[in-house]
Design a protein around this ligand. Structure first.
Ligand SMILES: C[S@@+](CC[C@H](N)C(=O)[O-])C[C@H]1O[C@@H](n2cnc3c(N)ncnc32)[C@H](O)[C@@H]1O
Length: 302
């Protein structure tokens, strides 16, 4: 019994891990107290207010399955909130080494060291391609210069930006909190080009030609030698929808998903049995909208 008790205490301390040595927030800030507005590599430090942090993560529908990356993490508050209040795994990338150290100290102080990490690094050099949610409070030019990397991420990845937009890539949703504005984008699948689709019986067999600029799509359908414009075509991440009028004058509604060069979904029309439709891309269009914006080479040493 005399031996067992210290063993239990030791095991409990080990289970607590690094939190045993964690400083309090006040101790972290005693070591380094940043000043709002202080210079950063490409943008100054100004923290996002708590209410907007919460709104950004809520709008991005962050869950414990997400990996959130905050570009230019400052004191780490977005990454910490993602771990602490949304249960996500999170990474903050901060260039200023003192700030990154403070943020990592605050991660431990807030007890989220097992889920959240802050690294010292440059957002133009670090790889954040595995994130499922990207947050940022940068500048319009910096947003434009990470845009091509965001557009190369998995379709459906959510991007939330405080204050600043993303050039011609219109947000899927603007939102406000604490009298500030933020934006949400959902990375669109690449769908521009020609798609050949049919149901298993072959009763529906058609080609869809899609034009694309970011999440905006349009095009036409060729069926039984007739061409019809698509009606109400939309794309959200990998989810695609469009309607068209078929050769019999019936309005058909397609809702499906795109995975790389494969598309599948359901064709619905009033009074007709739903049809499962699948198909493949026949040829992809160039995607100039997804390329690096002009003038951004300097951030990448080009
Ligand atoms: C406006 S603050 C936003 C901080 C935090 N994301 C928030 O919303 O509270 C921008 C931060 O980006 C950092 N920063 C500036 N250029 C950077 C770069 N190239 N790579 C990483 N961090 C950078 C600054 O030091 C600053 O802490």
């Amino acid at each position: 019994m005399r031996l067992i008790q210290p063993l239990i205490v030791c095991a409990a301390l080990l289970a607590l891990g690094p939190a045993v040595d964690a400083k309090t927030r006040a101790e972290c800030e005693r070591d380094y107290k940043p000043q709002v507005g202080q210079a950063g590599k490409d943008v100054i430090w100004v923290p996002t207010p708590d209410e907007l942090v919460n709104k950004m993560l809520t709008m991005a529908k962050v869950t414990p399955r997400d990996f959130v990356v905050d570009l230019g993490a400052g004191d780490g508050k977005i990454a910490i909130a993602a771990g602490k209040h949304f249960g996500a795994t999170a990474l903050g990338i901060e260039y200023n080494p003192d700030m990154a150290k403070l943020a990592q100290c605050l991660v431990q102080a807030e007890g989220v060291g097992s889920k959240v990490k802050i690294i010292q690094g440059d957002i133009f050099k670090e790889d954040f391609s595995k994130a499922t949610v990207v947050t940022m409070y940068l500048l319009p030019e910096l947003n434009l210069c990470v845009r091509h990397r965001l557009l190369a991420m998995k379709p459906g990845t959510r991007v939330a930006s405080h204050s600043f937009a993303m050039g011609e890539w219109e947000p899927d949703e603007p939102f406000e909190a604490d009298s500030r504005i933020a934006y949400l984008w959902i990375v669109p699948a690449r769908v521009g080009g020609s798609w050949s689709l049919r149901d298993s019986s072959g009763s529906m067999d058609f080609t869809v030609s899609l034009s694309q600029s970011f999440q905006k799509i349009g095009g036409e359908i060729s069926m039984a030698g007739r061409k019809q414009p698509l009606i109400g075509a939309s794309l959200q991440g990998e989810n695609i929808r469009f309607s068209f009028i078929d050769a019999k004058g019936v309005t058909q509604h397609f809702a499906g998903v795109v995975h790389g060069t494969k598309m599948s979904g359901m064709l619905r029309a009033t009074g007709i049995t739903d049809l499962n439709v699948t198909g493949n891309a026949q040829g992809a269009l160039a995607s100039p909208w997804a390329e690096m914006a002009s003038g951004c080479g300097r951030f990448y040493g080009k």
